[in-house]
Design a binder for this molecule. Structure first.
Ligand code: NAD
Ligand code: DAU
Length: 355
């Protein structure tokens, strides 16, 4: 096998942060297989586009022939699987693509990985890894007094998105149990940071606040998410790839539980400080409570003690440092914002927030 790794979904938010970090730290060859849906954006990867260690292939993980040929030709030592439909609200409006990519796509990739791995030498077999990037949402919703999710928490997915990710996790588990494919799965909490598509809470609030548009908070604003700076998540994935035990799952989280309203108010306060010439000041006047998301999970919280204890990983950023960094990034990257807020993005905002 070669040193090369294949990343799926590397033009998305976390995948692109992972590729940038990979080439800055590991400096070994990496191939990005991405279909370029609305969420895939090659502008995220401009700074590495001509790096000789990086190659981009536009393609669908469901294209078995393409994946087979790629594995045969490149003989990668690992697949890091990010590609997915990732937005809960979109899964509520139209679940089809979530089942197609997250369930059938992961199945296709597993089948091709299994065929490739089965035909490899014994030494190569030991080296190979299939790392599946998943979410804490598969565990369901917590009450205020419940303990944080551990890796043994029962799966109770509540949205079409989380159900599709849960199905993919189960397939990955089954391929290890049945065929001994050397897999590992990570289940991470809510990410934020540079290059996040502004359909998700934090970038949506930053962009709307800067333009003087309403900040739509679902329900009573007291739903809790456990926030993780994307660079720390990528670091954890690299750690699991290098040192994780085969067949294991690792929860990733930063002990940053916050009610949504507190997140939005903190964004407003930081913007008051660093962007005082925006059209509406103070920004918090823009907060608008809107109808709740159907089936909205109340609270997520991650117990990350397994990865901390076994692999020595710990997040570097606190919520305060990570959020300020993120807001500053959005303030200094107008061209990127302009690129993602045209066309289909405008249509999505009009559909989602029209009532
Ligand atoms: P994203 O929506 O920003 O990016 C997804 C990427 O996958 C895009 O580049 C898209 O073009 C690509 N893609 C979609 N369908 C494809 C297909 N059929 N074939 C090839 N490429 C395809 O997602 P993200 O937020 O970066 O999330 C990446 C992964 O991490 C997902 O698996 C998600 O479930 C998981 N995750 C996300 C978070 C989060 O907070 N964003 C937290 C935990 C886990
Ligand atoms: O927990 C990990 C998950 O986090 C990932 O698996 C998903 O891919 C990712 O999208 C994210 O899911 P959430 O649904 O938690 O993220 P989102 O940014 O959509 O919403 C965060 C919280 O903010 C949630 O409670 C809903 C609320 N919200 C969201 C939007 C977009 C609002 O109140 N208003 C909004 O306009």
């Amino acid at each position: 096998m070669e040193q090369t790794i294949i990343v799926t979904g590397g033009a998305g938010f976390i995948g692109s942060n992972f590729l940038l970090q990979w080439l800055a730290t590991e400096r070994t060859p990496v191939i990005n297989l991405d279909k370029l849906t609305y969420a895939g954006n090659l502008n995220n990867l401009e700074s590495i586009a001509s790096n000789p260690l990086y190659r981009f292939i536009q393609g669908d993980i469901l294209d078995r022939g393409l994946v087979r040929e790629l594995l045969r030709r490149e003989r990668p030592r690992a697949i890091v699987h990010f590609a997915a439909e990732s937005h809960v609200d979109r899964s509520i409006l139209g679940p089809d693509d979530f089942i197609r990519t997250n369930v059938n796509g992961t199945f296709s990739l597993l089948e091709e990985a299994r065929a490739y791995w089965t035909d490899s030498s014994e030494e190569d077999k030991k080296q190979f890894r299939f790392l599946h990037v998943s979410t804490d949402e598969v565990y369901g919703s917590l009450a205020a007094s419940d303990p944080a999710f551990s890796e043994t928490k029962r799966y109770e997915p509540n949205s079409p998105y989380s159900a599709s990710k849960a199905a993919s996790d189960h397939l990955v588990r089954a391929y290890h149990h049945t065929y001994k494919l050397p897999v590992a799965t990570t289940n991470c909490s809510n990410n934020y940071g540079p290059y996040q598509f502004p359909e998700k809470l934090i970038p949506l609030m930053i962009l709307n606040a800067r333009k003087g548009k309403p900040l739509p908070v679902y329900g009573d604003g007291k739903n809790v998410r456990d926030w993780m700076y994307v660079g720390d998540h990528c670091d954890a994935i690299r750690t699991v790839l290098a040192k994780g035990r085969v067949g294991e799952t690792y929860n990733i989280g930063g002990r940053n539980e916050k009610p949504n309203i507190e997140v939005v108010e903190t964004i407003c306060a930081i913007l008051d400080d660093i962007s005082p010439h925006d059209p509406v000041m103070p920004h918090r006047q823009l907060i608008t409570y809107v109808k709740d998301r159907p089936g909205h999970d109340r609270r997520y919280a991650i117990d990350a003690s397994k990865i901390e204890r076994e692999l020595g990983w710990k997040p570097r950023e606190t919520f305060e440092t990570g959020l300020r960094k993120t807001i500053e990034w959005y303030l200094h990257n107008d061209a990127w914002i302009e690129g993602v807020t045209s066309g289909s993005y405008r249509q999505w905002i009009a559909t989602q927030y029209s009532v």
